[in-house]
Design a protein around this ligand. Structure first.
Ligand code: B1M
Length: 213
């Protein structure tokens, strides 16, 4: 079986140690970290997601797959995060209130750090007030919100509203993303930018910071 396929298969089975070793093997063979992430780790997680939807696997299986995914991304982290890149801006990021999914948010954080941005990670289940408080106190140029549930994506609208009420809307850009989020939803709530993946989110954040500098 091809190496990337093996990574995907082992991730689906939640074999964290094997995933870690296989990802390292793939790196050693010279495969790019982006390819390992997309065609190995994320491809496996997508299969898990589909099975979860059809009730073919349940929360415990998804959790062990998520743990395996994290072990794999830890190997890739130093390769995705370029050493010694000069910080170009400050961002706070979190998964919105009511939502505990953090794999995508962590990838966005990793990619942004790789571009030299300073990223304050607020974790998961983050209240809109916490995004605003951090942005004000830590002088962030960008607030990044991630949501994976259709029931929590509305919280992103509350973040935009609170930023307006706090009088910081013209000083801070608000970026949104996550599987159920779309460009039109972002426009509807008045966010500044939607991106579909972590790498594009990092590019967009750098562009915002450069424009604000
Ligand atoms: Co959850 N879950 N889950 N889950 N889970 C989904 C999201 C779901 C689509 C599964 C399904 O039904 N097919 C479904 C949501 C349905 C819906 O709302 N329409 C769902 C559900 C229902 C639930 C529970 C309610 C299940 C239950 O308890 N009955 C529950 C909710 C808990 C809660 O949050 N309150 C739940 C729980 C869990 C686990 C804890 C078991 C686990 C999370 C573990 C963890 O994150 N540490 C989990 C997982 C792993 C998933 C799936 C399988 C995988 C999500 C993931 O990590 N994908 C997911 C199915 C799926 O998405 N296929 C599912 C990989 C990750 C890299 O992708 O986060 O989309 P993603 O990030 C992408 C982009 O979206 C983007 O960048 C990344 C790629 O580069 N991105 C951004 C993300 N944030 C961004 C921000 C940006 C820009 C881009 O700018 C700021």
């Amino acid at each position: 079986m091809e190496l990337l396929e093996q990574i995907s298969e082992n991730l689906q089975k939640g074999r964290a140690k094997a995933v870690k070793e296989l990802v390292q093997q793939a790196v050693d063979q010279g495969l790019s970290p982006e390819q390992i992430l997309e065609e190995g780790l994320l491809s496996g997680m997508n299969v898990v997601g589909e099975k979860f939807k059809k009730n073919e696997v349940f929360v415990p299986e998804v959790l062990v797959a998520a743990r395996a995914m994290n072990m794999g991304t830890q190997v890739l982290k130093p390769l995705l995060v370029q050493a010694g890149v000069q910080a170009t801006g400050r961002v706070c990021i979190g998964t919105v209130k009511g939502d505990l999914h953090d794999i995508g948010k962590n990838l966005v954080k990793m990619m942004m750090e790789g571009k030299g941005l300073e990223v304050i990670d607020l974790g998961t289940d983050v209240a809109p007030e916490a995004f605003i408080k951090t942005a004000v106190e830590q002088h962030c140029q960008i607030i990044c919100c991630s949501a994976l549930l259709t029931t929590t994506m509305g919280v992103m609208g509350e973040v935009v509203k609170l930023a307006q009420e706090a009088g910081i809307r013209d000083q801070v850009k608000i970026m949104v993303g996550g599987a159920p989020v779309t460009e039109s939803f972002a426009a509807q709530i008045g966010a500044d930018k939607y991106t579909s993946d972590a790498a594009s989110a990092a590019d967009a954040a750098v562009a915002f910071c450069q424009a604000l500098a």
